[in-house]
Design a protein around this ligand. Structure first.
Ligand code: U2P
Length: 275
């Protein structure tokens, strides 16, 4: 059993280990990250919660595999699902692949149920990790974005837990459903109306990505303390910041349609269909 007097010493020890392992630049006071080729990246400015709309993403499914949520139907497909929590810069660029540990699924075992449901991969392809190999969707998001979320999210478990918490707190699917914007394969909705519904609920302006007139991605933005802020839909090229949206004035929110499932054999390109 620990004596009471040992507790402050343990705390101090933990705190010292924590501080001494931070990428802190004592000259400027800023947190500096290094990519694996030694490039410096400064601390991010804000967070972007990137969500995907399975009804649109899964329309593009060409083949199936066990890891593709579009096929195994394990996800919450009437909802926006998580793409990632991205630390971004105000100029439209972002840091990527910062100092941090390689993804280890064992670190997030207790989060697997909600992650499978609300953060499913909607593709068969294995994205690249920051260490030159191919990995899971979660490995890609942690290594590319999670490692740059320091000092707000300071480890893998904390990154995934924080993302789930923000996602549940700012339930944009519920906001849209309550405002009458329901999944439909026939309706078109005014993008301005969708934006207003979100502004009224969260007091901040989201941004969007569309594919063939259908909402594919929705972005909610946050200050580092997770208070909502506007998403700066800007992209910096040669120092010139320009705005861009791939969405028309009227957009659709297609319903996810379980269709014939196309399975792919691991050993060949043979495929077969199942209802
Ligand atoms: O938009 C195409 C891809 O660029 C990455 N992206 C985009 C915007 C942003 O703020 N941050 C960012 O990282 C995303 O890459 P991914 O995480 O999918 O590898 C996005 O898909």
């Amino acid at each position: 059993m620990l004596s009471l007097s040992a507790i402050p010493i343990l705390f101090l020890l933990q705190f010292t280990i924590f501080i001494s392992s931070t990428p802190f630049n004592h000259a400027s006071g800023a947190i500096i990250f290094h990519t694996k080729d030694g490039q410096e990246q400064r601390e991010f400015d804000y967070f972007k919660l990137a969500l995907q709309w399975p009804g649109t993403v899964c329309k593009g499914t060409r083949h199936c595999c066990s890891s593709n949520g579009c096929c195994n139907r394990s996800g919450a497909f009437g909802d926006f699902t998580i793409h990632g929590l991205w630390p971004d810069y105000n100029d439209g660029t972002w840091p990527a692949c910062c100092n941090g540990k390689i993804f280890d699924e064992k670190e997030i075992l207790t989060l697997l149920d909600p992650l499978k449901k609300y953060w499913p991969s909607l593709s068969c392809s294995s994205p690249s990790t920051c260490h030159g190999s191919k990995g899971s969707f979660w490995a890609h998001e942690w290594e590319k974005h999670g490692t740059c979320s320091y000092p707000v999210a300071h480890d893998e478990y904390n990154y995934f837990l924080t993302t789930l918490n923000v996602y549940f707190k700012y339930n944009v699917t519920k906001v849209l459903n309550d405002a009458g914007y329901l999944p439909s394969n026939t309706e078109k909705y005014p993008l301005g109306g969708i934006i207003s519904a979100i502004q009224n609920a969260f007091h901040a302006t989201p941004s969007f990505g569309c594919k063939k007139g259908a909402v594919e991605e929705l972005y909610l933005c946050f200050y580092k303390d997770f208070k909502p802020r506007d998403c700066a839909e800007s992209h910096s090229q040669n120092g010139i910041i320009s705005s861009r949206s791939s969405c028309p004035k009227y957009v659709s929110l297609p319903a996810y349609e379980p269709k014939a499932r196309i399975f792919e054999f691991a050993d060949s390109s043979r495929q077969y269909l199942s209802a």
